[in-house]
Write a protein that binds this ligand. Structure first.
Ligand code: FE2
Ligand code: FE2
Length: 167
């Protein structure tokens, strides 16, 4: 097993987890601010936030948590992912990165959710590649970690996709 390759893939994953923690928490606070605004102010920003109290909520989202709650709870899951990747890097004798990967800024709610969908889509692609790498390198433990986190990222992709399509 080329342990350096596995450590690099774990740290690449950890860097993007650190970035989305910041991204989703930032979007959580923006969304929380918008939810507290009167609707005419929200519309004047060129975007209408659809939340648990919004009138345009699709039937598919009925009963689901609104974006404010969802963004914060998904950010917490990403923290656990960052921690798990860091723990595995340490177990392999590496140093967990503390540098988040680059992220983009959004100016509207639609752009925020588009970024969130793109981030999860990127995670799914990256972790599928990482899982293949772990299998080639014969590292079943890291492979199982990527497999388990992939399930979460696919659920996040669906959740953000539903919110975006309800806008
Ligand atoms: Fe994650
Ligand atoms: Fe995620």
């Amino acid at each position: 097993m080329n342990v350096e390759h596995v450590i690099d893939s774990l740290n690449a994953a950890r860097a993007r987890e650190l970035a989305v923690i910041i991204q989703y928490m930032e979007h959580h606070y923006v969304a929380a601010g918008l939810e507290g605004m009167p609707s005419f102010l929200r519309q004047s920003r060129g975007d209408i936030w659809v939340g648990s109290r919004g009138s345009g909520l699709s039937a598919r989202l009925a009963g689901a948590p609104g974006p404010v709650v969802m963004l914060k709870s998904i950010a917490k899951v990403e923290m656990l992912h960052a921690q798990s990747f860091g723990n595995r890097v340490t177990a392999l004798g590496g140093t967990p990165t503390v540098t988040p990967s680059e992220r983009c800024k959004a100016s509207t709610v639609r752009e925020m959710l588009e970024l969130d969908v793109a981030a999860e889509d990127e995670a799914v692609s990256l972790y599928e590649e990482s899982l293949d790498l772990c299998r080639r390198e014969g590292d079943d433990v890291s492979g199982a970690l990527f497999e388990s986190i992939l399930r979460d990222e696919r659920a996040h992709l669906d959740a953000f996709g539903d919110l975006l399509s309800a806008l």
